[in-house]
Ligand binder design. Structure first.
Ligand SMILES: CC(C)(COP(=O)(O)OP(=O)(O)OC[C@H]1O[C@@H](n2cnc3c(N)ncnc32)[C@H](O)[C@@H]1OP(=O)(O)O)[C@@H](O)C(=O)NCCC(=O)NCCS
Length: 359
């Protein structure tokens, strides 16, 4: 059998409709201002989940769009892997909720938790399974409902984060394109610089821990900033080297959207042309695991990702964790499979209609 590559054949994102502007936060009296948030972070607004929306519901919406674009049925999926640090439950995995909502009855499903590096980690796992031949069709999702973990009285965190979901379909293909490298790193000794301390097995939920606000995101911003810049630049260089390419070969860089100043500093360190960097943090804030797949989907929808483009993804997050990946963009369904699926779908539609009219 010819060597298989893992190729993105579909992408989609979902952003909740509830827009929270900097001015909205200013009015809440948390001691912040549009001016402070804009100049320190580049964020102008973010989305917060509406009542009833959770990580799994947003992930399912993004996943449906990605599957539709890939012309793939949920039943064709072998794997649903979902990156998040704001799962619906400690367990079962949010990926299982998505798997059942989609009707991906053949698929294995599990979550990956590496905070803002979760999507790049999930992509690395799915890529590895496809290269190893143990999966052909994988749904890779990054989704977060961070607004439910925010202390709206803590101005050092509540202005930074937002909710949303993004997904890609990754398929085995004989095409010579696909994921070319994936590197992951971690330093667990700095875990408490950005964390949610309560609610797990070390600090189980009690009235006291809830009263102390231990179930909210807490962060040492300054230290996180410095480590993010160095780690993202290092990971990008490593992923480029592993793929056997240089920064000149990259058509678009899609970094984790945590702070526009972090992105600027990484870009300067890499001496990377600014016009090749995709930034949408102004509209979504930091959506953690969702930021890169949302940005992939938006970049593709805006025509900034074209077939044959070489893409650099780079992320940093709590843990600390960081990683990067280089891929050649395919982004459209594999032609022979697409024809077949359309025929199958038409057949199913006729069957569906017959089912309804049969006495
Ligand atoms: C959080 C961050 C924007 C703060 O920017 P900064 O320039 O480092 O600001 P500082 O932390 O030095 O704080 C400066 C002052 O602004 C205050 N401040 C913090 N948040 C504020 C807010 N939302 N509005 C107004 N003032 C605020 C601080 O309390 C501090 O006041 P003080 O000097 O009286 O103590 C920045 O550190 C950052 O982006 N860090 C990385 C965060 C991140 O990306 N995390 C996720 C990684 S995936």
């Amino acid at each position: 059998m010819a060597k298989q590559n893992a190729v993105v054949t579909g992408y989609g994102f979902y952003a909740p409709s509830r827009v929270v502007t900097n001015l909205d936060l200013e009015k809440m009296g948390v001691g912040t201002s549009d001016e402070w948030i804009t100049t320190r972070t580049g964020i102008k607004e973010r989305r917060f989940a509406s009542d009833g929306e959770t990580t799994s519901t947003m992930a399912t919406r993004a996943a449906r769009i990605a599957l539709e674009r890939a012309r793939l049925r949920p039943q064709d999926l072998d794997l649903v892997v979902l990156g998040t640090c704001s799962p619906d439950y400690l367990f079962p995995a949010t990926a299982c909720l998505v798997q059942t909502a989609l009707g991906a009855e053949r698929a294995g499903a599990f979550d990956v938790e590496a905070a803002c590096t979760s999507f790049v980690s999930a992509l690395a796992i799915a890529n590895g399974m496809i290269l190893a031949g143990s999966a052909r069709n994988a749904l890779v999702i990054g989704a977060e409902c961070l607004s439910h973990l925010l202390d709206l009285k803590d101005r050092t965190t509540c202005v930074l984060f937002g909710d949303g979901a993004g997904a890609v379909v990754l398929e085995a293909s004989n095409a010579s394109v696909g994921v070319e490298s994936a590197v992951l790193h971690a330093d667990g000794s700095k875990g408490d610089l950005l964390w949610v301390e309560g609610g797990g097995s070390r600090v189980p939920a009690t009235n006291e821990t809830v009263a102390q606000g231990k179930h909210f995101i807490r962060m040492q911003g300054g230290e996180t900033f410095k480590l993010a810049v160095k780690s993202m630049a290092d990971a990008a260089e490593e992923a480029l080297a592993e793929a056997g390419v240089t920064a000149d070969d990259i058509d678009i860089m899609i970094p984790h959207q945590a702070n526009v100043r972090i992105i600027d500093a990484v870009v300067k360190r890499l001496k990377f042309p600014e016009e090749k960097v995709f930034v949408n943090i102004q509209r979504y804030g930091n959506t953690s695991a969702a930021s890169i797949p949302i940005a992939i989907a938006e970049a593709a929808e805006q025509g900034r990702l074209k077939k044959g483009d070489r893409v650099l993804l780079v992320a940093f997050g709590g843990g600390f964790t960081w990683g990067a990946s280089v891929m050649e963009w395919w982004g459209v369904p594999i032609p022979d499979r697409r024809e077949k699926t359309i025929v199958e779908r038409a057949a199913r539609t006729v069957e569906d209609v017959l089912d309804k009219v049969r006495p």
